[in-house]
Design a binder for this molecule. Structure first.
Ligand SMILES: Nc1ncnc2c1ncn2[C@@H]1O[C@H](COP(=O)(O)OP(=O)(O)OP(=O)(O)O)[C@@H](O)[C@H]1O
Ligand SMILES: [Mg+2]
Length: 510
């Protein structure tokens, strides 16, 4: 069942309105894998059956060469228009298409005949074929007095069709008043590059980014399944998984399946379903991550080194020097690996620090490589430990503070104090950064939120220190936040906690 996406549909509908008024609107829909791009575009197509022509082609499903693409592209276009006026069969062979075209008229018949003629030649002039292909929709639309929104899904695949295809497509379609292209792509980095200033399509497409579902829409998706979950249980799923519709769907299906057997749903069952989907061999999220890892690393010969880098970054976002020293390899070599990994979308770089893009993927990578026997998934203690790990290490860091920020601070603080800093975690006690200079320990707490740090935040920090091995050591406590409440500042002074509002101003201007 399709849920929500009301805002996105509103935007698409507004653009459709513009197109009907004679404007030309090309759209590039961005989004990580499985965020619902295809669902959204198909939903849009479904909503507008008949009043505008919306052919849909998934380029990943066809062999990427000029002959194939011209056949599939033309079949879908002509079929979509013809079917508006009655039930017809989808053309399979070119002969079927010719028959259908001849029913529509001379223009269509002649076009299909030309294509068939070209396919028979021994040396096909591919650029010429592509020219004819992209010219046709405009004359077709004009003749039938319609507007066309041609949806091309997995658009990055078009690069494999012909080396000049973007140039040809741009030159031919640029001034077409009736034909619009709405394209979507999953491989973020490649797709992004296709629209940058070096490429023919720069400035030709409106970019729309599709994000995960928000909390309310996620609950709506959960509610669309035939098991009623308590508010608390929905919150648990959303807090652990986020609004990724594909993951949510997988977990809900698993809950439905377990419910059919156990006839009741409790929190433990939901936890089990979540981790089963993430880690069990047959889990959908597990399979998805395996697939991502497989396709992303497919082209690389020394996969082990890439995996080692991912394994490291999953826990410690790091800069080039950090990764090189971890792997004991020259930074020039590591730089090339990172460049290749950036193209896979699994990692991203922010201020020279490399991160795994999806916290859940990072969590999975660490666990899978550390070896997690699947039968332990119904051990409540194991699951409880995993939940706190996921929440505290991966999700907390990414949501509340953003690992990027933490590591920006790390580098700056290391410079400022001339010490090496590390995350600290021992006996259930965690500090954001800890380092030592001679006999003096530096302990940092970082809360990078939009609201001021409170008295409670500082008190908690102090409490943690008191319970930790540092309680009797010579130490300096430092608390970093965008701002502090009055009461928090008083508390800090009284307890000799250095706060970023005063002594660390140079640090927080990041
Ligand atoms: N709005 C939605 N309502 C309900 N389920 C959704 C919605 N969007 C996505 N989903 C679920 O997520 C799955 C993935 O969506 P979809 O295939 O559209 O993603 P995508 O971004 O096109 O993925 P890819 O990058 O692999 O092409 C769907 O099969 C569906 O189960
Ligand atoms: Mg898709």
């Amino acid at each position: 069942m399709f849920v929500n996406r009301r805002k996105e549909l509103k935007i698409l509908n507004a653009y459709k309105g513009l197109i009907e008024k004679g404007h030309r609107v090309n759209i590039a829909l961005f989004g990580l894998r499985r965020t619902g791009k295809t669902e959204l575009l198909l939903r849009f197509k479904e909503m507008h059956k008949g009043d505008i022509i919306i052919p849909y082609l998934n380029l990943q499903k066809i062999v990427p060469d000029p002959v194939n693409i011209s056949q599939q592209f033309s079949k879908e276009l002509i079929y979509t228009l013809a079917k508006r006026d009655g039930k017809i069969k989808k053309p399979i062979e070119m002969e079927d298409l010719l028959l259908l075209a001849s029913r529509l008229g001379d223009l269509e018949e002649e076009y299909v005949r030309t294509l068939i003629e070209i396919y028979k030649r021994r040396d096909i002039n591919e650029a010429n074929l592509l020219n004819i292909l992209f010219e046709f929709p405009q004359s077709f639309a004009k003749k039938h007095n319609v507007k066309i929104i041609y949806i091309l899904d997995e658009f990055q695949e078009i690069l494999n069709v012909h080396k000049d295809i973007l140039k040809i497509m741009r030159a031919v379609t640029e001034k077409q008043s009736c034909v619009n292209y709405w394209v979507a792509g999953s491989v973020f980095s490649i797709f992004d590059e296709m629209f940058n200033h070096k490429n023919p399509f720069f400035g030709q497409f409106k970019r729309i980014k599709l994000e995960n579902l928000d909390r309310i829409s996620s609950y709506e998706l959960i509610d669309s399944f035939p098991v009623t979950l308590a508010e608390k249980q929905k919150r648990m799923i959303y807090n652990l998984i986020g609004g990724q519709p594909y993951y949510l769907t997988a977990i809900c299906r698993s809950v439905v399946q377990e419910y059919a057997i156990q006839k009741q749903v409790d929190d433990d069952l939901i936890r089990y379903c979540i981790f089963n989907e993430i880690f069990d061999e047959t889990g959908t999220i597990n399979e998805h991550f395996e697939y991502i890892l497989d396709v992303s690393l497919a082209r690389f010969s020394n996969k082990d080194i890439y995996k080692k880098i991912l394994f490291y970054l999953a826990e410690y976002p790091a800069n080039l020097a950090g990764i090189s020293s971890y792997l004991s390899k020259p930074s020039g070599e590591i730089f090339n690996y990172l460049k290749a990994l950036l193209k896979t979308d699994m990692i991203y770089r922010s201020n020279d620090i490399y991160h795994i893009r999806e916290p859940l993927l990072g969590f999975w990578i660490r666990r899978i490589y550390l070896g997690l026997p699947s039968e332990r998934l119904d051990d409540k203690e194991v699951i409880g430990k995993m939940i706190s790990d996921l929440q505290e290490k991966y999700l907390r860091a990414s949501s509340e503070l953003g690992k990027a920020k933490e590591f920006e601070f790390k580098a700056k603080l290391e410079d400022k104090f001339g010490i090496k800093l590390k995350n600290y975690r021992r006996n259930e006690i965690e500090f954001d950064l800890v380092g030592r200079k001679d006999n003096l320990w530096y302990i940092f707490e970082i809360k990078w939120r939009n609201k001021p740090a409170t008295y409670r935040d500082l008190e908690k920090f102090l409490g943690k220190v008191t319970r930790s091995e540092f309680s009797r050591k010579t130490k300096r406590l430092l608390f970093i936040s965008k701002s502090f409440t009055e009461k928090a500042l008083k508390f800090a002074h009284k307890n000799q906690i250095t706060v970023s509002e005063e002594d660390l101003e140079d640090i927080i201007e990041v």
